[in-house]
Design a protein around this ligand. Structure first.
Ligand code: 9MR
Length: 455
């Protein structure tokens, strides 16, 4: 029994004895029954000031007579006795938990229930169930020396709502996730389709958001008619020249940059040039030809070569810089995709990408940033610890980028807004929480990591 319950009992005991002793001879010998009222359970709760995953529960029940208090903290353990003082309970996993205080006396029991919402991505227990980050500073306002980018789709721009709201408030650059690739823009010979690309470019232009064009040539987004091209090698080359010239000319003055060639390097031993249809038909110098056509079409747009595993594979990185060196003045910058894990690759390997680019006097685009929080698929929710580790990796990447000289800066582009929109779910077949917003557009700790990386 709690001390306060015992105290209540002692308070009413004299009254009870007095009533019994007052019974006169004319009165019945039956004891007088004083009806006992139920005691109303009630409690307060607040997040621990020292640990965002601990909730403090204070039993505030006040009642006459003896009563017993029990808690069910909603974590599957059922009711347990209320201990003296404030209860400190950890909530480590994401979810919604119903906490119930049950107070029982002779007359029966009453209950009080409250809900605890946990979202480790946004910082642990959500104050009043509201899972939004404390950070108010928009990413794009926190840096003026480079673009902060994200991806979009024509359908999402047309739908508007939160998607375009967040793009406009937090980002200063956009990249088309898939609609500015050859398979979409040039679906059949002689027939261009720029309808989706136009939506994206116009949205950027109208809202003073930079547009990064991605990607003119990519083996993985090449339409079948090009892969099965019916014609000679010189006809193939003329077709590619026409495609690049037409596309770059269309968006001249409206977009800031193009990935001219994407992922041309093989992952295998020695990292040779990928044996794409472009290499087969146009020769090993096809990359240089594509850069020249793009440069001729728009001398002012920045031209990038873009590839992945640049931090994790020193061999591939060296192969990429070899290509870049062979392009001379035709190339303005290097796009290094940052599809990374919360614990990999190392800071020094990410730094090496920046150093190699800076030493060549090129612009650096940290492109396609996402940080997998569940690469081993052993997590069922984003734990507080993993969210912190992910935040630290975001911060590390941004810090490295923010520390390069001004002339080498261009943009840091995150590959997706919300965790449930990432390409990684389809690619790996499981949830990874790799982005800066959760499924409901709440800012995660990763967002704070980005901001902290800018300080
Ligand atoms: O995330 C993109 C996905 O929605 C598209 O279906 C796919 C094919 O167009 O491209 C994905 O983005 C890729 C990017 O363009 C190049 N680097 C790898 C990205 C993930 O596959």
């Amino acid at each position: 029994m709690k001390l306060k319950n015992l105290f209540n009992l002692l308070k009413v005991l004299p009254l009870f004895l007095l009533i019994i002793s007052c019974g006169g001879p004319n009165e019945s010998d039956d004891p007088i029954i004083i009806p006992v009222a139920k005691v109303q359970a009630t409690f307060n709760m607040s997040i621990s000031p020292s640990d965002p995953n601990v909730m403090l529960f204070d039993n505030k029940t006040v009642g006459k007579g003896e009563f017993m208090s029990e808690w069910d903290f909603g974590q599957g353990n059922g009711f347990v006795e209320d201990l003296p003082g404030i209860e400190e309970i950890r909530f480590d996993t994401d979810g919604t938990f119903t906490v119930t205080l049950k107070v029982t006396n002779e007359a029966g029991f009453t209950e009080d229930s409250k809900t605890v919402v946990v979202n480790n991505g946004t910082g642990g227990i959500c104050p009043n169930g509201n899972c939004t980050s404390n950070s108010s500073s928009a990413l794009k306002d926190a840096t003026t020396t480079f673009f902060v980018g994200n991806i979009t789709r024509a359908s999402r721009i047309n739908a508007g709502g939160k998607h375009t709201e967040v793009l406009k408030s937090d980002f200063s650059s956009i990249t088309s996730e898939y609609e500015m690739k050859m398979n979409v823009m040039y679906p059949s010979q002689g027939n261009y389709d720029f309808s989706a690309a136009d939506v994206i470019v116009n949205f950027g232009f109208d809202n003073a958001i930079n547009v990064h064009g991605h990607a003119l040539i990519w083996h993985n987004a090449t339409p079948d008619w090009v892969k099965d091209f019916a014609g000679s090698d010189s006809e193939f080359e003329a077709m590619v020249k026409d495609y690049i010239t037409t596309t770059v000319t269309r968006y001249k003055g409206k977009i800031g940059s193009w990935d001219v060639v994407n992922e041309a390097i093989e992952d295998g031993s020695g990292n040779p040039l990928r044996n794409s249809i472009f290499k087969q038909k146009m020769g090993d110098d096809y990359i240089k030809k594509c850069f020249q056509w793009a440069r001729d079409a728009d001398p002012n747009v920045l031209l990038f070569y873009n590839d992945y595993n640049m931090a994790s594979s020193p061999g591939k990185r060296a192969a990429m810089f070899k290509i870049v060196d062979s392009l001379g003045d035709l190339i303005d910058g290097v796009g290094t995709q940052m599809h990374i894990n919360y614990n990999f690759p190392s800071k020094s390997n990410i730094q090496a990408v920046a150093d190699g680019t800076v030493s060549r006097g090129l612009k650096l685009h940290f492109a396609e940033l996402d940080v997998r929080a569940n690469p081993d698929n052993d997590q069922t929710s984003l734990t507080a610890e993993r969210a912190d580790e992910q935040k630290a990796k975001f911060k590390e990447v941004v810090q490295i980028y923010n520390s390069i000289p001004l002339d080498n800066k261009y943009a840091l582009t995150v590959w997706g807004l919300k965790d449930n929109e990432t390409w990684l779910i389809d690619f790996w077949g499981h949830i990874d929480w790799p982005l800066m917003y959760d499924d409901n557009f709440n800012k995660k700790k990763a967002y704070d990591g980005f901001l902290e990386g800018l300080q």
